[in-house]
Design a protein around this ligand. Structure first.
Ligand code: M6R
Length: 609
């Protein structure tokens, strides 16, 4: 989703700004732009629709040079994907501004600004913001005060950065919602939406809090809170590597990240198990106290992370822990009957998903026994806002479609179920058995990756399809949901998942010889039920594509293709059966020729609701 970078340097800032945009690309965007204050004190702007490479090309043709500047990747919310709608927006040729998020009362402000004689060149809510800051400057306010005054008038959730041609060594930025970080060296200062963009210049950063306005003047940065009081924010040191991500032998980051899963899960498990036991402090110092007080779990997440939560419900209920799983965007606006002793668990690879953050806030407002986040980004907002954090340690995930973070999050949630099982009377033998299975995960994932060539062949059948159905039962229904989501996201084929037993209650009407039906069939307690459901598909002429345990008894025929998944214990089967579905969607997307790592309209870090 939108990304901001800005700098007040003592040498040319354009290289940092462009590299910063490249490092924010993974968040998802559809246009990019930059403004620099040149040596004559004029604003110079370049904007392009499409990739940052387009902007780079434009800058190669007509370079911008200057020590202070702001840049932006835009993910369209208000107004189409056009160059006039790309940021930065400029008012009166002197004031330039970039903004992330949404300004809800932009219509009202726009009307007033029209009446004040201001002209508009875009359909965005952001242009209203730059006009509003300009109006305050006109009244004689200083730039930082004008930004603070503007923030008080805006409704919504946003982060912004602004530069003024008359003050070439100054940048003002503010946060009211989406994250914004401040980085400094001895004599320069920088802002960015996330740490990746700051890493080429510094590992040290401060996180602005909501309401903060920061005034950057080279080495001198002043942060004031919403009341105008000078505040200091904790200086943190990032543990992330500054190396820009490298594809190595792979064609796409998604493929690389699918293949990294054995290593990612091994890293997730590192230091989390001792002998036959899960180490509770993997979840944080307060874990034992909070787990002791936990009577039930409420899991809140979005998208793929929500699917991880649905799998976890099976594990938690198996060990006797009542569990509900909620889509964050629904949870945040619903009335709840809060129950004492609830552990609220959020799942988020980015740790910045706006709906999940707001839902966590709402859950805490209701009163909870504690909050735990399962997350891949240590510096993220959800980690900061939660009592406990289970970090998945799988390294940066660049592909917009979540893969390794999904299997690592499920691994963490299985450890959580084991930690809570002790309090539900499950003996150490049970924990030892599951821990033993968990230790086999990296090898079992590696074995599943060995199916890639066969899956690439299977994918050929999907190249001309517009629709697909995915089926699963029990803990594998969410895996089927995840398979359908992956196919939708990266191949743009319409795919839906059903609990296989639901077929005859409606979706069976869709089945004919043109409808591919994908199913995951581990050899578990539900296999015979699933086989009956698959027969219902065959009887209607449907084509079946099955990922099945060799002992399932499912056999190939003209209308049934079966790829065998090596036998795995049912405790870890959902994690393993994820892999063939990821590979299937990846290879279908290759055939379709889509932009696998940056699918249209999607963002890696969804910081608006
Ligand atoms: O960063 P999060 O895990 O909170 O993101 C939640 C969803 O936006 C995310 O899982 C999305 O569905 C992915 N594109 C899935 O591949």
């Amino acid at each position: 989703m939108c990304g901001i970078v800005g700098a007040v340097r003592n040498s040319d800032a354009s290289g940092f700004l462009l590299e910063g945009l490249r490092r924010l690309e993974y968040r998802g965007y559809d246009s990019a732009g930059v403004v620099i204050i040149n040596q004559d004190g004029d604003l110079e702007r370049a904007r392009t629709v499409g990739k940052v490479a387009e902007l780079e090309h434009a800058l190669n043709q007509a370079p911008l040079m200057g020590m202070t500047g702001i840049a932006h990747t835009r993910w369209a919310t208000h107004g189409g994907v056009t160059e006039p709608n790309a940021h930065p927006h400029i008012c009166n040729g002197t004031l330039a501004l970039v903004c992330n998020g949404i300004v809800e009362n932009h219509e009202t402000l726009r009307q007033k600004q029209h009446e004040a004689g201001l002209a508009f060149t875009s359909q965005t809510d952001t242009e209203v913001v730059v006009h509003q800051v300009y109006l305050h400057l006109q009244k004689g306010l200083d730039l930082a005060d004008a930004v603070r005054a503007t923030m008080k008038e805006l409704e919504g959730s946003f982060a912004l950065a602004v530069v003024h041609a008359g003050e070439p060594d100054r940048l003002v930025a503010a946060r009211q919602g989406p994250p914004l970080l401040l980085g400094r060296t001895d004599d320069e200062s920088f802002i960015a939406s996330d740490i990746n963009a700051l890493l080429p210049v510094t590992r040290q950063y401060q996180v602005l809090e909501n309401g903060d306005v920061v005034d950057l003047r080279g080495a001198n940065c002043l942060i004031k809170d919403r009341t105008g009081v000078v505040v200091d924010r904790l200086v943190r040191t990032s543990s992330q590597s500054g190396d820009s991500a490298d594809l190595g032998e792979y064609r796409h980051f998604m493929q690389k990240e699918i293949h990294e899963q054995p290593r990612a899960v091994a890293d997730t498990l590192e230091g989390r198990l001792r002998g036959d036991q899960v180490l509770e402090d993997s979840f944080g110092r307060e874990a034992t106290r909070i787990f002791d007080a936990t009577r039930q779990v409420c899991i809140i997440a979005c998208g793929t992370s929500y699917h991880a939560g649905l799998v976890a419900r099976h594990w938690l209920e198996y060990v006797g822990v009542p569990c509900e799983v909620e889509v964050a965007s629904e949870y945040r606006y619903r009335r709840h009957a809060s129950r004492e002793g609830t552990l609220v668990v959020t799942i988020s690879q980015s740790g910045e998903t706006a709906d999940t953050l707001a839902a966590l806030e709402e859950a805490k407002r209701q009163g909870v026994a504690g909050s735990l986040v399962v997350c891949n980004v240590p510096e993220s907002s959800l980690v900061r806002e939660s009592d406990l954090a289970f970090m998945t340690h799988c390294g940066p995930e660049i592909g917009v479609a979540s893969t390794k973070t999904f299997v690592s999050a499920m691994t963490g949630l299985l450890l959580l179920a084991l930690a809570l099982s002790r309090r539900r009377g499950f003996d150490s033998g049970f924990e030892a058995h599951v821990v033993h299975q968990i230790r086999t995960l990296p090898a079992a994932l590696e074995s599943a990756l060995g199916m890639e060539t066969a899956i690439a062949n299977m994918a050929q059948a999907f190249g001309d399809k517009q629709n697909a159905l995915f089926l699963g039962r029990g803990a594998h229904f969410p895996i089927a949901m995840e398979g359908a989501l992956k196919l939708k996201e990266i191949s743009y084929i319409h795919a839906e998942a059903y609990a296989a037993g639901e077929l005859k209650h409606g979706p069976l009407a869709l089945v004919d010889e043109r409808m591919p039906v994908v199913a995951v069939a581990p050899n578990d307690l539900l296999i015979e039920k699933l086989k009956s459901n698959l027969e219902e598909v065959r009887a209607r002429g449907g084509r079946l594509y099955l990922f099945a345990d060799p002992a399932s008894g499912l056999i190939e025929s003209e209308d049934v293709q079966v790829l065998h998944v090596a036998p795995v214990d049912s405790a870890i089967a959902p994690i393993i059966y994820t892999v063939p579905l990821q590979l299937l969607s990846y290879h279908v997307a290759l055939i379709k020729g889509t932009d696998v790592d940056k699918p249209r309209n999607l963002a890696k870090s969804v910081t608006v609701e």
